[in-house]
Design a protein around this ligand. Structure first.
Ligand SMILES: Nc1ncnc2c1ncn2[C@@H]1O[C@H](COP(=O)(O)OP(=O)(O)OP(=O)(O)O)[C@@H](O)[C@H]1O
Ligand SMILES: [Mg+2]
Length: 389
């Protein structure tokens, strides 16, 4: 079928034509937005799960829901070469510029002044100008250099401005497992303060399955955050991810074709999109048949092997690949670090740097102490298919 019209969207963070199976967190998020708007607190949302399950897509859906209500919204990705301070500061420029006007209320003027001081804390030469005279306004002082102090001041003042505007402030952080320890502590402490005093702010963070542990280790009250495990899609919901986008274009999937793709993808959203895309391209007319799905799955697997899996494998050094191979013997469920060291004939401690590098590269994570697992479903099988050299 016409590849130009192909409705499937394999790729990191790419919005699917049909966002299926996430009704609960989306409803919960709407309730939290409602609560904040009437001055009640809502705990931060934590979206966690393996790579390719749809965390970023859900986080972006949260962002749109807040933006649709006219909220002040900042979405950033941790670990993308910028500190949290800088990433948040820069992202806030556009929404603040949109809000700024000469008739700005007192709280908005002080929030703008605080934002200017926050900007100066990481970019002394920076020249933001909101076209609003903030000289006489209270605010400012978010430039002590201590992240928790400065961020607290910024979030507090922006949330107060949002309240004055009849909306809220939403702060969304993707890949949050990559925040550094001081950033995690600051974030948890500020979210805690906000919840205690009903600031008009709502946080959402997304990251790998290690994120809940990382947060609660930073601050124990992170246990009360609102955790959502983002998982593979099951049965008829996974089927919807395939059939709904096609139906919108007047194309129907045969039941057997859907069954094959759902089974072969194990319901993982990324794989559903990949196989869906390749099956569409293999089909002709306005029906997708079992044979089209067989071709699509085979083509899709090839694409995953040369793309999705390959880029991760190539990111590992030879020594790291050796470690990953030893892990792959246990499949996708995780391995004991001690057992892997045994397999490789060395002491577990000597693999500390390799493990740390693999975690930093996002290839593996530690579900619990002494255990190590792949962040990508199907990685073990991919590795086992690679020739040893
Ligand atoms: N609920 C959903 N329904 C259908 N497709 C989805 C859904 N969620 C995500 N997808 C698709 O799955 C793929 C991966 O989504 P996304 O990038 O959000 O995953 P992720 O969990 O953030 O992965 P990573 O950990 O690699 O950042 C994308 O192609 C996206 O279109
Ligand atoms: Mg993501």
């Amino acid at each position: 079928m016409d590849p130009v019209l192909n409705p499937y969207s394999p790729g990191a963070g790419r919005k699917p034509a049909a966002l299926v199976g996430r009704d609960q967190p989306r409803t919960d998020w709407q309730v939290a937005l409602d609560r904040v708007e009437i001055g009640r607190s809502a705990q931060p949302f934590v979206l966690y799960g393996l790579r390719g399950v749809g965390k970023t897509v859900l986080l972006s859906d949260f962002r749109r829901a807040a933006a649709d209500r006219g909220w002040i919204v900042a979405q950033v990705e941790a670990g993308a070469g910028k500190s949290l301070r800088q990433a948040l500061g820069e992202t806030l420029h556009a929404p603040l510029a949109d809000l700024a006007r000469p008739s700005a209320g007192r709280r908005l003027a002080s929030a703008l002044k605080t934002a200017l001081s926050f900007k100066a804390s990481y970019d002394p030469a920076g020249t933001w100008n909101f076209g609003v005279d903030v000289a006489g306004a209270p605010g400012g002082g978010a430039d002590t250099g201590v992240l928790e102090t400065d961020l607290r001041k910024l979030v507090h003042d922006l949330a107060a401005a949002a309240d004055e505007e009849g909306v809220g402030l939403a702060i969304l952080i993707d890949e949050a497992q990559d925040l550094d320890p001081a950033e995690l502590v600051a974030l948890c402490a500020i979210a805690h303060a906000a919840a205690q005093d009903d600031w008009h702010v709502l946080f959402a963070v997304a990251g790998l399955p290690s994120l809940p542990r990382v947060l609660t280790e930073a601050k124990s009250y992170a246990e009360r955050f609102n955790y959502h495990l983002v998982k593979e899609l099951r049965g008829s919901v996974a089927a919807d991810a395939l059939t709904k986008p096609a139906a919108d274009d007047g194309v129907a999937w045969d039941g057997a074709a859907v069954g094959l793709v759902v089974e072969e993808s194990a319901g993982y959203p990324y794989f559903l999109q990949q196989f869906g895309q390749d099956t569409w391209n293999a089909a002709s007319g306005s029906r997708i048949t079992y044979d089209d799905a067989r071709v699509g799955v085979a083509t899709g697997r090839g694409a995953l092997d040369t793309g999705f899996f390959r880029v991760r494998w190539d990111r590992a050094t030879r020594a790291e690949q050796k470690y990953l191979r030893a892990m792959a013997e246990d499949g996708d469920d995780g391995s004991s670090s001690g057992e892997i060291a045994n397999r490789l004939g060395r002491r577990a401690t000597s693999f500390g740097p390799i493990r740390a590098n693999l975690i930093a590269k996002g290839l593996v994570y530690a579900p619990e102490h002494g255990v190590i697992a792949f962040t990508v479903p199907g990685m073990a099988a991919f590795i086992n298919r690679q020739p040893t050299s």
